[in-house]
Design a protein around this ligand. Structure first.
Ligand code: ACO
Length: 328
């Protein structure tokens, strides 16, 4: 019996046109370009235009991924979208993406794993495909963080940006192979990073909006420490699962939340900084979209060479953590 392999056959990304620089933010809250750059490594971020949504940005990222894979949208039998800024609570943004692409049969669902949305979706997609029923899957992460950002809160508004990234997974030869993936979470830390309102616990009311509970709140300092330890642990775990070592990694592609977090993770893994892919300076933290945008950017710019070992690692609200190893 031949074991069919699952591989990444196409990548794509989309970034909205509007650029918001640190200097723009200086005019909005009590902050400075110097503080933002020193503490986070971010210089600018992109913001969705009015009318742009998680599904519209997902479509813009998915089209080039499908074209690169040579897969028509009708051939997709699975669409998984990682997002916590879906177009609306119901239906899933994955269904809205499906309609935009003109597919009428694929299984579609969103997953909520914050910054781990893409790697969680990748793991689910790959394992469902290994189950035998699905041949072509679209795995996307798309976030319009600007709509859950409190533009009066300097602790958070300097961090986030909007964007979307996508990959096509196909069964059979020719794709870049996913060697192994590891995902996990610990809900004990749920309160460290949250959007309090808009669900069944705190439905939206006028009072809730006045208290600005519809926006992301974060205990940045505590999240910072947990981010470093959980990303390093996840990376080691997936390397062990796959029988590899950090020394063999060609590219570490970490979730782009903060340059200092990425450097600390690389140091812990003893991966030299020149092998860490970084775009947080240009896009900020796009939550689940940072990893697929980074992967697609590396792919489209010719950074990735055949045989490269790519270690993707992320953490996020939940707290969730995840890592995936791909042979390019
Ligand atoms: N400009 C100027 N000063 C600021 C700003 C700002 N934008 N934001 C905070 N400060 C001040 C604080 O008020 C504080 O002042 P104080 O000492 O007088 O109280 C001081 O700067 C230091 O604040 P800290 O929070 O301790 O700064 P820190 O070095 O931890 O950096 C940051 C903050 C950048 C948020 C960092 O903690 C971080 O990156 N945390 C992790 C973020 C993250 O990765 N989140 C998870 C992913 S997001 C998701 O899942 C959607």
């Amino acid at each position: 019996m031949t074991v069919e392999t699952i591989g990444i056959t196409g990548t794509g990304y989309y970034l909205p046109e509007r650029v918001l620089t640190n200097f723009d933010l200086e005019k909005m809250v009590d902050t400075s370009d110097q503080w933002i750059l020193e503490r986070t490594g971010i210089r600018q971020r992109r913001l969705a235009a009015p009318g742009e949504t998680a599904s519209s940005m997902a479509e813009a990222a998915s089209r080039p991924a499908l074209a690169a894979a040579g897969v028509d949208p009708e051939q997709l039998d699975l669409i998984i979208l990682g997002t916590f800024t879906a177009d609306q609570p119901l239906p899933a943004a994955a269904c809205l993406l499906q309609a935009r692409l003109g597919n009428h049969t694929a299984a579609c669902f969103d997953i909520s794993a914050a910054c781990c949305g893409f790697i969680y979706a990748l793991e689910l997609g790959e394992k469902l495909m290994l189950g035998g029923r699905y041949r072509n899957a679209l795995i996307v992460a798309s976030e319009v963080l600007s709509c859950v950002t409190d533009w009066q809160d300097r602790n958070t508004c300097v961090l986030f940006g909007d964007g979307a990234g996508a990959v096509v997974l196909s069964k059979g030869a020719g794709g870049h192979r996913i060697l192994d993936t590891y995902i996990g979470a610990d809900g004990e830390y749920a309160s460290l990073l949250k959007v309090e309102a808009g669900g069944s616990a705190v439905p939206i009311t006028r009072e809730v909006l006045d208290r600005r509970e519809q926006y992301v709140r974060m205990e940045g300092n505590k999240v910072f420490k947990l981010a470093v330890s959980s990303m390093a642990r996840s990376a080691r775990r997936v390397l062990k699962q796959a029988g590899g070592t950090a020394g063999e990694v060609t590219w570490l592609l970490p979730h782009q939340a903060n340059l200092r977090i990425m450097k600390a993770v690389a140091k812990s893994l003893k991966i030299p900084e020149e092998r860490v892919y970084i775009n947080v300076d240009r896009y900020g933290n796009m939550s689940g979209a940072t990893v697929p945008v980074g992967l697609a950017e590396m792919d489209h710019n010719g950074v990735l060479k055949p045989g490269d070992l790519v270690l993707m690692v992320a953490f996020g609200g939940g707290l969730t953590w995840s890592a995936s190893l791909v042979r390019w």
